[in-house]
Design a protein around this ligand. Structure first.
Ligand SMILES: Cc1cc2nc3c(=O)[nH]c(=O)nc-3n(C[C@H](O)[C@H](O)[C@H](O)COP(=O)(O)O)c2cc1C
Ligand code: SF4
Length: 388
């Protein structure tokens, strides 16, 4: 990569310190935003084609424009739950380049009229939370957070909130429930968080990676962002690669880099020179691809065309010795365990699916099991509160 948008610690390993971040142009985007009208900031983010990196790829600027313009208290929430199996990208932004997330939060708060922000962090990320808190304290001291930021008259407070390890608290309304102190169980939509969110007030939830793109978009302009990646899928993407590769890790690359290039050039190819059997391209919720899809461009639209999804950009690679039935059994057990239990089809259906697949894996499969699995799927889909 000639230009890192998010992984600036690869340019300067000390960028987590405020002075180093500022040297690389840090907080210039905030200064520029504070001199603009809030609606102009939203328009610039819209123009950049920045799409949500939390899973669904929803346009960020459009989401920001849904926030009401009245004088109610508004909240901007950063989703740092990072619970999707295979995903390990947001933690690096928070621990190694935390000021970029903080700057993005303040810019977003200003654009949407939100004066309070929360970062909802996965419970297991204590070390990451400590790094981020240190940066938050530094930002308060330097006047980038708190009252009258940089003399603009705009106030913004940022709080960190630790989760307690439930996957479902990554779903935005489950997250909001948890943030309010309730059991983390998703809410029916509508009403959407932009109308009724945290403490019943207008709220926007965005993923860490989405928010961390914003400072450079404002500083360098949306047109610069549009030069990276394919049309409608602009910017860089952090791909987290795990499984049967020689060099697992996180790689910031232009959106739309091919799966083949990511696996064979960046992740070092397949262990022991074996053949690829299957790839999950976007975290465990994304439909599985086969080796015939290695040339797919890793972006929202291209993956949709081949029947999968970019999701969180977590790539799980499985080679020829992998038992796919075992993988499915393991994943089905995960989802059964993480069902929050509110909806009967999900609460009852996910353990049944796990049980049937485990039976097949154990050699106790029966005629009709596959049809039964499809039948359960059809009875769950569209009949639940959330898409778990
Ligand atoms: C079951 C489930 C789990 C989710 N987990 C996460 C998560 O860990 N992190 C995340 O950013 N988004 C997660 N999401 C997506 C969020 O609900 C939400 O769409 C996202 O935070 C919006 O941010 P974005 O627009 O920037 O992508 C999850 C969604 C579902 C249905
Ligand atoms: S679909 Fe499952 S996880 Fe989602 S709200 Fe219903 S029971 Fe909870």
């Amino acid at each position: 990569m000639s230009e890192y948008v998010l992984f600036k610690h690869l340019i300067d390993p000390e960028v987590r310190e405020l002075a180093h971040y500022v040297k690389l142009g840090g907080y210039e985007g905030l200064k520029k935003a504070l001199g603009m009208e809030p609606v102009e900031v939203v328009e610039e983010v819209k123009k950049s084609n920045l799409r949500g990196r939390g899973g669904a790829g929803f346009p960020c600027g459009l989401k920001w424009s849904f926030m009401p313009k009245d004088d109610r208290q508004k909240y901007f929430v950063c989703n740092a739950d990072e619970g999707e199996p295979g995903t390990f990208k947001d933690r690096y932004i928070m621990s190694d380049n935390p000021h970029q997330l903080i700057e993005g939060m303040v810019i977003g708060g200003f654009a949407m009229g939100a004066t309070i922000g929360y970062v909802y962090i996965r419970g297991e990320f204590q070390f990451v939370a400590d790094q981020l808190q240190k940066a938050v304290d530094e930002a308060y001291e330097a006047g980038y957070l708190g009252k009258n930021i940089l003399g603009s008259g705009f106030d913004f407070d940022l709080y960190l909130h630790m989760g307690a390890g439930a996957y479902i608290c990554g779903e935005e309304t489950g997250l909001i429930q948890s943030l309010e102190g309730h059991t983390g169980q998703p809410r029916l939509k509508p009403p959407f968080p932009a109308q009724v969110g945290v403490f019943g007030k207008p709220t926007t939830v965005n993923n860490v990676e989405t928010i961390a793109c914003v400072p450079d978009i404002i500083r360098k302009g949306a047109n610069w962002f549009l030069t990276i990646g394919p049309e409608r899928n602009n910017g860089t993407k952090i791909y987290a690669v795990s499984g049967h590769v020689n060099n697992p890790g996180v790689f910031e690359l232009p959106m739309g880099t091919s799966l083949r290039e990511i696996i064979f050039e960046h992740a070092g190819g397949i262990l022991d020179g074996k053949k690829v059997k299957a790839i999950i391209p976007g975290g465990s919720s994304a439909p599985v691809l086969g080796p015939e899809h290695l040339d797919v461009a890793m972006d929202f639209d291209s993956l949709k065309e081949v029947g999968s999804m970019l999701g969180s950009g977590a790539i799980i690679v499985m080679h020829e010795d992998t038992c796919i039935v075992e993988v499915f059994a393991r994943l089905a057990e995960f989802y059964a365990h993480e069902s929050c239990g509110q909806c009967t089809p999900c609460r009852e259906g996910t353990p049944w699916m796990a049980k049937i697949i485990r039976n097949i894996e154990n050699g106790d499969g029966r005629e009709g099991d596959i049809e039964l699995l499809y039948d359960i799927c059809e009875k769950i889909i569209g009949r639940t509160i959330c898409p778990l």
